[in-house]
Design a protein around this ligand. Structure first.
Ligand SMILES: [Zn+2]
Length: 433
């Protein structure tokens, strides 16, 4: 439940008391089908960017693609020129500003109007899910693809999920499209909640969904997926109806055998968050106690805590080789411009611990009036990508305020974090370089 509130109230950094724990354990888990490289191949999902609640990101050598939370227009950040712009090469196009009477500019190449979080860079093209070309009632959605410059949009597959299942996210991995579905349902007059994790191949022209796992309970559930080689790891957080305990199930679906294997199901960490699976198949997650745990022989074992003499850090990310904790100035302060960040390798050693630079806030008019918060931070030992959200009073806006997201890169050096603000969700607010 804490995690849900954390997702909804992204301006409020939770600073609940942490439980103390042991430091890094040493037992190892079985390693299914390890891969040679730490970097995902071109046709593999990038686990760093599976962020269903905060918009979508894809990265190539030269570019970050970013579909902000409203998922209308695709932006790109050119790593060479340092510019963030809508992905549209049409001369004279006014992009986001070009819509008539408040309608979106559907002629702009950057206009995707994507459904759920669905952006992937896959085999040299950009993929996303949006409304099908052929209209129907209820509306149907299709997997689309286009060239990396936003041209040649092409409908790849009309999606036909199992009845009464509504995908919340779409992730492409090795020729298959994976979705988490959360569906309120009525059973014998009672309101129930069901989650389904489904997958379909994308080649062959026809949708052929398989349900990898499903669970129905009396209360809401939360789910995550991570991908390693041919396997999809599922983390399903639910509340046991009999005991009211918060629990997390971990499952592994193999695209080779089509089988789903239960790896663990317990209440040791309550509802997990920030799960991660290494390329060697080691499974980590943060728990409700704010400590990091590792799955060992089906049981979550405490692996690392984020305590120092001044208290605890909230685990904000487990990513590609790094575990990241964050500490704010206090629960009564909404202007969170004074974060401390602690970036550690999986062995517990510190890469950086200190203030989190937030030069990006200078792009906000009257930054002292703005509330802001860190939505996510992810990356590896070399660099991190962070998304901040900010809201500030704006009398020119009907709602009296403006809300924007800001994408920021941090390079990790031995004694500092070097910040590069990449841009905002509306490029009319210039990034500072
Ligand atoms: Zn345009």
């Amino acid at each position: 439940m804490k995690r849900i509130l954390g997702i909804i109230l992204i301006f409020a950094l939770s600073l609940s008391l942490c439980a103390c724990g042991e430091n890094a354990g040493n037992a190892s888990s079985p390693a299914p089908e390890p891969e040679a490289s730490d970097l995902p191949p071109e046709d593999s999902a990038d686990n760093r960017f599976i962020l269903p609640h905060y918009g979508c990101i894809a990265e190539t050598d030269d570019v970050y693609y970013w579909l902000p939370t409203d998922r209308q227009y695709l932006l790109y950040y050119d790593k060479i020129t340092g510019a963030m712009e809508p992905l549209c090469g049409r001369p004279e196009c006014e992009h986001m500003s070009g819509g008539k009477n408040g309608a979106p500019n559907t002629n702009c190449d950057s206009y995707l109007n994507a459904e759920a979080c669905s952006l992937s860079f896959y085999r040299g093209k950009l993929y996303y899910v949006s409304s099908s070309r052929e209209k129907s009632d209820p509306p149907r959605y299709s997997l689309w693809r286009m060239e990396p410059d936003g041209t040649q949009k092409e409908e790849v597959l009309v999606l036909e999920p199992p009845e009464n299942s509504r995908p919340q996210t779409y992730i492409l991995h090795r020729g298959r499209l994976y979705s988490f579905c959360f569906d309120p349902i009525v059973v014998a007059g009672e309101n129930r909640c069901r989650v389904r994790y489904i997958v379909t191949p994308i080649d062959g022209g026809n949708c052929d969904y398989t349900v990898m796992y499903e669970r129905e309970t009396h209360f809401m559930q939360l789910g995550y997926m991570r991908f390693v080689g041919p396997d999809c790891y599922i983390f399903n957080c639910y509340t046991d109806e009999a005991t009211q305990q918060n629990r997390t199930s971990v499952l592994r679906w193999s695209s080779v055998t089509g089988e789903t294997e239960l790896l663990g199901d317990g209440s040791e960490l309550g509802w997990c968050y920030e799960p991660w699976v290494t390329q060697d198949g080691e499974v980590f997650a943060a728990g409700e106690d704010h400590n990091i745990h590792r799955l060992e022989d089906g049981v979550w074992t405490e692996y690392m805590d984020f305590f120092d003499n001044d208290g605890c850090f909230e685990v904000k990310s487990i990513s590609d080789g790094v575990m990241i904790g964050l500490r704010g100035p206090g629960p009564d302060q909404l202007i969170l411009k004074d974060y401390e960040i602690w970036i550690r390798r999986f062995d517990g050693t510190t890469l950086y611990k200190g203030p989190l630079p937030q030069q990006w806030r200078e792009a906000i008019p009257e930054p002292e009036q703005a509330q802001s918060g860190l939505a996510f931070i992810t990356g590896d030992e070399g660099s991190l990508l962070a998304l901040f959200s900010a809201v500030w009073p704006d009398s020119s806006n009907e709602s009296g305020r403006t809300v924007r997201a800001f994408l920021v890169q941090y390079e990790i050096t031995s004694d500092e974090l070097v910040e590069t603000p990449l841009g905002s969700s509306r490029p009319d607010l210039a990034p500072i370089n």
